[in-house]
Write a protein that binds this ligand. Structure first.
Ligand code: AHR
Length: 502
């Protein structure tokens, strides 16, 4: 029988809560409609933020939110988004649908949203089309607590106290939409721009994120680090705290992508195989990072990840609106297990995107809101946030799949929280077969029993709609039994399971 061996004596690091982070861009209906409806909307809101969405997001313990992009960040001019709304400039959102951006959601609104969510802030600056002065002044506007032109402007706009920027991204995808730069050029620009991202409050230093590679562009990682790594020594701490990585799963490749809901069993396995590729990326980029930063002071920041399918029929192609099935739940479960297991290097990750765009946790339609299968995975996995990763290995697990698209039958990760509760998250990747597994905990006299068990599982295409909002949801998992010192479980096909052991 397959066995999951958990070694309680082998603690492998802390799972940064920020691995469970999110991303919201001025793209389609993510910010407008999805999160922000304005104070005068008939949709219940607090200071313009939709109450239903904020309440649902609080339940999954959003640790950090990245904003305003994405590609949008490198054409965003922050001064257009402050002051009285009627005076704010309107601009064209060239990347996403060519629609009018009225800037009614700007800096003040972002911090208000994060306040309501109780999460950390990750601002992405404009290096591609903005100036050093513009970036520097934005940081001064947000964080300086004294007399200065930008702090005075913030106060004039109604916010006396400075805010806290937890993370600041110096550009986005500067190898592409952020300026089509070559790595050496970007790295030099990074050195220059980040110099003026000042830490006005030494008690709350801003973590600076350098723009990293697209997928498997290892050359980018190497060349950027070659130009910047001399500043990773302790006396320069703060020069560079993170290096980003972007990877999306397109089952049929970038051009075709593939439908979110209409796929066969082969595409199911193809998608999961592509999701598993995240592990190769983390390991290979991580090896290069180890050469320049052996003490792992620089975090790998996977600030865009998730499934990117063809948009829903009849929707604006520039809005990237897609449905979310049990397949997305598996992609989320697999990917989060990978991040947990690499928590020595992966310090933050941001699902793209939070609402109504790509692999969202929430979809809205007018006043209606639904939670996606991905939402439920984040809800179950929230117990890993800030917990200690325990060494765990699976034996007796084979492969499943079709043709070249072979995947392991099961993936897992295990952590222990401050109350010594062990959280085990497992995914059964098989489209049609259940899998029996026994769980053994070594290195502890204590005999564990199941305190709580949840499952998300249904037919692979199953998804929630505004007419049937609860077709896929977390349910109580009962397919386990205790046998002496071990627990035997039966994982249903297409499932994500969470066990809490005490
Ligand atoms: O998340 C959608 C887009 O994907 C982002 O704007 C960009 O950074 C990436 O290419």
């Amino acid at each position: 029988m397959a066995k999951l061996m958990i070694n309680k004596n082998k603690k492998e690091g802390t799972i940064a809560p920020e691995i469970y982070g999110h991303f919201s861009e001025h793209l389609g209906r993510c910010i407008y409609e999805g999160l922000y409806v304005g104070e005068n909307s008939e949709i219940p809101n607090v200071n313009g933020m939709r109450t239903d969405v904020v309440e649902a997001l609080k339940e999954i313990k959003i640790p950090v939110l990245r904003w305003p992009g994405g590609c949008f960040a490198d054409e965003y001019h922050w001064k257009d988004g402050i002051g009285p709304k009627e005076n704010r400039k309107k601009m064209v959102n060239t990347h996403w649908g060519g629609v009018v951006e009225d800037n009614s959601f700007g800096t003040h609104e972002f911090f208000e949203l994060c306040r309501q969510l109780g999460c950390k802030t990750y601002i992405n600056g404009n290096l591609g089309s903005g100036t050093v002065q513009e970036m520097s002044e934005w940081v001064e506007y947000m964080t300086f607590n004294g007399v200065s032109p930008m702090a005075d402007l913030r106060k004039k706009n109604g916010h006396e106290e400075p805010w806290t920027i937890d993370y600041f991204g110096v550009g986005n995808e500067n190898w592409g939409c952020g300026g089509n730069m070559r790595p050496q050029y970007y790295a030099d620009e990074y050195r220059r721009y980040q110099t003026y991202v000042r830490n006005y409050d030494s008690q709350k230093p801003i973590q600076k994120i350098c723009g990293g590679a697209n997928v498997d562009d290892y050359d980018w990682t190497r060349k950027v680090l070659e130009t910047t790594h001399d500043h990773t020594v302790p006396e320069f701490h703060g020069f560079m705290d993170g290096l980003s990585l972007h990877y999306y799963v397109h089952p049929e490749g970038w051009e075709i992508k593939g439908s979110a809901t209409d796929f066969d069993e082969e595409v199911w396995y193809k998608t999961l195989k592509k999701a598993l590729y995240m592990e190769t990326l983390v390991e290979r980029h991580g090896k290069i990072m180890d050469q320049y930063d052996p003490d792992k002071k620089i975090g790998m920041i996977v600030d865009e990840w998730g499934c990117w399918f063809t948009v829903e029929p009849g929707t604006n192609p520039g809005f990237l609106y897609q449905q979310n099935t049990v397949r997305d739940a598996l992609v989320a479960g697999i990917t989060l297990n990978i991040f947990n297991k690499h928590c020595d290097r992966v310090k933050m990750a941001n699902l793209a995107q939070m609402v109504n765009v790509l692999q969202s946790v929430i979809l809205t339609e007018g006043p209606k809101m639904i939670k996606t299968p991905t939402y439920h995975v984040f809800h179950m996995y929230r117990h890993h946030q800030g917990a200690t990763l325990l060494n765990s290995t699976l034996t007796g697990v084979g492969e499943t799949g079709i043709g070249e698209w072979k995947v392991p039958e099961v993936t897992e990760s295990v952590s222990e929280d401050a109350e010594h509760i062990i959280t085990v998250t497992l995914n059964n990747l098989s489209a049609d077969e259940e899998k029996e597994i026994e769980i053994v905990i070594a290195g502890d006299e204590h005999v564990y029993s199941v305190k709580e068990a949840k499952v998300v599982s249904a037919e692979m295409h199953a998804h929630n709609t505004f007419d049937a909002p609860e077709l896929v949801k977390e349910e109580v998992f009962t397919a386990y039994k205790k046998c002496a010192d071990r627990i035997k479980i039966m994982l249903p096909p297409c499932s994500v399971v969470e066990l809490r052991l005490q």
